[in-house]
Design a protein around this ligand. Structure first.
Ligand SMILES: [Zn+2]
Length: 114
């Protein structure tokens, strides 16, 4: 099988909805990427932190450890633009802590399966 280009991989992930936006916490957008290898259910977590002049992207997948980007980040970049997510920084109150919604959203992503 011919090696897929990044463009083809991204199109495949987006068509299959294997990368999805799930929420924004302060200045960080969170996306999830379905993990197919090893039968592991836990999704990859892709984050885009809004900085003053740019977005700082990270992904928890193996490929990102060895490169500046990966197919999940490239897919999330397209979702970010397509769905018009905020890309400008906002001031976050010091009292802000926004981690409480993550488990319920992950449950929903997994279709309610535990
Ligand atoms: Zn990745």
């Amino acid at each position: 099988m011919a090696k897929q280009t990044m463009e083809e991989k991204v199109k495949g992930l987006l068509d299959a909805k294997d990368v999805v936006f799930f929420h924004t916490e302060g200045n960080t957008h969170f996306f999830m990427g379905k993990q197919h290898s090893n039968g592991v259910e836990n999704p990859y977590i892709i984050t885009a932190e809004i900085r003053e002049k740019e977005l700082d992207w990270e992904c928890s997948c193996k490929a990102f450890e060895f490169a500046d980007t990966c197919k999940h980040i490239e897919s999330a970049k397209i979702i970010l633009v397509r769905d018009k997510h905020r890309t400008t920084m906002i001031l976050i109150p010091s009292s802000y802590s926004g981690t409480d919604i993550i488990p319920s959203v992950i449950d929903r992503y997994n279709g309610g399966k535990k």
